[in-house]
Design a protein around this ligand. Structure first.
Ligand code: DX5
Ligand code: ZN
Length: 219
């Protein structure tokens, strides 16, 4: 399996963003996780298309865009044009999940489908053949720096099992409250793409990436 670290820019220092991104890239982080919040689906507002466009040119990392946005279908084209490589939407935020995923594919991008902690894994089943990556939220979306919800481990195991049964190649990403201390449990449960905000950008991003990558490489 391909194990990937996706540092979440939400926790980065925007005064020296390019430098921090570079430190994660040099230490082996293949993705950058880009959290878009609209103040509706989640209470916070973060950043959007212009910021993505400007950082796209500064790195070779895969842009892993997590849309915490109501009716994200409205913005798929804009994020695709701005440089997103993977566009993840929330199942709870779409009135038509299938069409939203098809729109992402029509833009030539990889699709991600995310579920909040209160959403059952089985709700993903109708969309397995439209999904390149499933994102299990292990905190309530909206803020960085929260505590990992332990019940998520059971859900991760269930989703990994569903992926295996489907016979398809689908990545399993987990987002929220992941640190050096618990990343192993998350990997063991079946995740292969690890989002980490505070764990990477709290302190020295290069050194933190290196340590997290060591954990991932053991798998
Ligand atoms: C939460 C975001 C996460 C967040 C993770 O709504 O989707 O990507 O940045 O941050 P940490 O790793 O600090 O929990
Ligand atoms: Zn996220």
């Amino acid at each position: 399996m391909n194990y990937i670290l996706a540092p979440s820019l939400l926790a980065a220092d925007f005064q020296c963003l390019a430098e921090q991104m570079k430190q994660t890239e040099e230490n082996g982080a293949k993705y950058l996780h880009f959290d878009v919040m609209d103040g509706m689906f989640v209470p916070s507002i973060s950043f959007g298309v212009p910021v993505l466009k400007s950082i796209k040119g500064a790195t070779n990392q895969v842009m892993d865009v997590h849309l915490m946005v109501q009716e994200p279908i409205r913005y798929v084209k804009d994020f695709a044009q701005a440089g997103a490589d993977i566009i993840t939407v929330h199942l709870e935020a779409c009135s038509d999940v299938g069409n939203t995923l098809r729109e992402i594919k029509a833009c030539g991008k990889k699709t991600g489908l995310s579920i909040c902690p209160q959403t059952e894994a089985e709700e993903l089943l109708p969309y397995m053949d439209l999904t390149d990556m499933i994102l299990v939220m292990s905190v309530q979306p909206g803020f960085g720096g929260q505590k990992f919800i332990v019940e998520s481990l059971e859900k991760i195991r269930k989703v990994r099992d569903m992926i295996e049964k489907s016979g398809q190649t689908i990545d399993l990403e987990v987002d929220g409250g992941i640190y050096q201390e618990n990343v192993e449990e998350v990997l063991k449960a079946g995740a292969n793409v690890i989002v980490a905000g505070s764990a990477v950008f709290g302190g020295n991003p290069g050194e933190n990436t290196r340590v997290m990558m060591e954990r991932l490489k053991q798998y």
